[in-house]
Design a protein. Sequence first.
Length: 561
Amino acid sequence: MSISNTQPPANFIRQRIDIDLAENQIKNVVTRFPPEPNGYLHIGHAKSICLNFGIAKDYEGHCFLRFDDTNPEKEAMEFVKAIQEDVKWLGFDWEDRLRHASDYFEQLFQYAVELIKSEKAYVCSLDGDAIRQMRGTLTEPGQDSPYRKRTVDENLDLFLRMRDGEFKDGAHVLRAKIDMSSPNLNMRDPIIYRVRHQHHQNTGDTWCIYPMYDFTHCLSDAIEGITHSLCTLEFEDHRPLYDWVLDNVSAPCHPQQIEFSRLTLNYTVTSKRLLAQLVNDGHVEGWDDPRMPTISGLRRRGFTPEAIRDFCDRIGITKKYNQIEMTLLENLVREDLDPKVNRRMAVLNPIKLVVTNYPDDLHEIFDAPNHPNKPEMGTRTIEFGKELVIERDDFMIDPPRKFFRMGPGREVRLRYAYIVTCTGFDVDENGEPSVIYCTYDPETKGGNTPDGRKVKGTIHWVSSHDGQVATVHLYDRLFTEENPAGSKARDFKDHLNPESLRVLSNAIVEPSVVQGTSIEHFQFERLGYFCTDPKTSTTDLVINRTISLRDTWSAQKGHKK
């Protein structure tokens, strides 16, 4: 088989696939991405998505999107739809290979019957606590269930009656008959079916018994003809059970399970269980809150699929645990956005600037480039008038010598417009500046200085006449601790960053920044990368900060980069 001319970095998984192809152990590469629909996907899943779909593409094979939907109590169509949207947004297409583990429930049931008939499975009537107590420990073997010696006929009769709904939840389970003294606890007669009278989001009320994940996953792989079943390292101890099930039923093939290290990112958590706590306890707005490491949250914040795919490529595939720096992902977002997004001016914390010698009724139009280095991206018009707004931080009553912005008697360049000189200011009842006054030099149109004088400071501004009011969300790290889930705190939520969201309700932006039904990215000059929020009402302009122009977290928080 042919392989793509553009080869990605080699890793142990690709080396294994190359050997299998060279030795004719397989003819085509078939992978799968198998999420459980019990939550939204996060950045860790992005690594698995890029790996499975990427390998299939590079080897001209196929990748399935399969929902491992064996626990209806925690699953929902909301999660199914969100997962499909996330995979598509990342740039991958499963074409006609959308599957559900529940599509195979009848086949899985028949495989379980096979195990019973070959005396490799039995119905156990112990309750959950007793099964756990008799399982043993890492240093002590488990004890055989008193029901382990049931006959084939007894087991078949009970299992069929379990399927027919005769028993309540927890009355019986089906267990694989393996080895209660195995050093691997997963092999000590694991449960492979349980009674669960629960409506299923895909099969409705057809079933009242559901297979366990370890039994379902390997058989689903075999049914689909998966060649390489790629999963994270926590499933390494489950591989003997994966192989045992496939070796003891009439599975159509025996895929290889290969494990790799999961993606962990500092200053956040990548566990659906912990993320669900944040959502359910109201610490975030929902699964797509832009502070969340979910793919939908990153999308709403303005991260791009190109940057995320690049991130997954750069961190590589290994078996070694490592925690990835958030700054790597953020820098890749900057690299991706910088050459392709339009520039705009916005004032997040405005203070009025009055140009006293400018005509009251004049509104002058200037052309400004959409990108300073890409003339092919065109220009936009900005309006200049007597009353403007500038950033409050760009003015000081008594500025230090190296403060190259606005202060009494100081000149500063207004970007794309004129050079102005501060002539005075008003203060409010607290002694804080409320209005700034200046004069403009009409000979400096476009910010030029015909007389050659040097003006070190350039600041951005927006006209009060046509500027739009916007609500701006400034997002920061969700946690103050690099590894919140692994810290010594009693609860990972103890490390939530109280400054992870600041809402500025009176920002003023250029009128060319408009709210729409899809995300639009901008670089607000001097401020960072921002995007419109498509989830909010189109009657209000809501803007999310995607990322600052440079990494300020280390300096502000006292951390090393």
